[in-house]
Design a protein around this ligand. Structure first.
Ligand code: DX5
Ligand code: ZN
Length: 233
């Protein structure tokens, strides 16, 4: 099982860009991916509305891919643990939405999943560095959460650099995930900045061959990850 700090970049296709009427097949189409990214939106924390726990439970039965649940919902303190109990490999919730990030992370981990902390573009890394020991992953959003197919925010790269430096200086092993606008023309700068877990929606499901797109993204990221990061994060 992959652990945070592994040297290899990981690709997590986002089913937000898939055909929701054929989710099982769409998961199969990216069987060569590392994780399958699932976006929960509640029309409160973000303007958009997507799916919830029943769909995750069904997907768990339909695919062997580890499920990476990204909760863009209010009150994750209440709901996050249910996704862990449903068998998600990882449950990420937003720092801005949680009342008690530490307690929520602990309940996710206690239920057997990895815990991820997501930061919207305006949320600074400094405010959360002290709680990172409770997490397996930091998600630096590279768009405003809510919709697929938005333009990549290159101005989030300094946050990735800062997070990678902090983890290295403190000998902490977390994945750094980027989500939003990650594609063939942006994944390399994410990797160079220090990201090692890449969510891609439209770049994978918008491609003629989603599995080929996964492989191509992984190769680009692999070539761009600085040698100095390998094995040290
Ligand atoms: C956006 C979601 C993303 C979305 C990314 O709020 O969190 O996971 O699916 O889509 P792309 O890769 O198309 O920007
Ligand atoms: Zn997402």
């Amino acid at each position: 099982m992959a652990t945070p700090g592994g040297a290899e970049p990981m690709i997590a296709p986002s089913i937000l860009s898939a055909d929701f009427a054929r989710l099982g097949e769409e998961a199969e189409a990216v069987a060569n991916a590392d994780w399958l990214h699932i976006d929960m939106m509640d029309a409160h924390f973000v303007p958009n509305l997507t799916i919830g726990l029943p769909v995750v439970q069904s997907l768990k039965k339909a695919t062997d891919l580890p499920l990476d649940c990204h909760l863009m919902i209010d009150d994750p303190d209440r709901w996050a643990v249910g996704y862990a109990e449903a068998g998600a490999r990882n449950v990420t919730f937003h720092a801005e939405a949680a009342r008690d990030v530490v307690q929520t992370a602990r309940s996710i981990r206690a239920a057997g999943a990895r815990a991820g902390l997501a930061l919207k573009p305006a949320t600074s890394f400094d405010d959360y560095q002290d709680v990172l020991a409770e997490f397996d992953m930091l998600l630096v959003m590279t768009v405003e959460p809510g919709f697929g197919g938005q333009e990549f925010m290159a101005d989030m790269m300094p946050k990735v650099v800062q997070a990678r430096r902090f983890l290295r200086d403190n000998e902490m092993q977390l994945w750094i995930q980027v989500d939003g606008g990650v594609a063939a023309d942006t994944i390399e700068e994410c990797a160079r900045a220090g990201a090692d877990m890449f969510v891609a929606g439209s770049a994978v499901y918008g491609a003629h061959d989603p599995a080929k797109a996964v492989t191509a993204l992984r190769e680009r990221a692999e070539a761009a990850i600085p040698t100095s990061n390998r094995g040290t994060h």
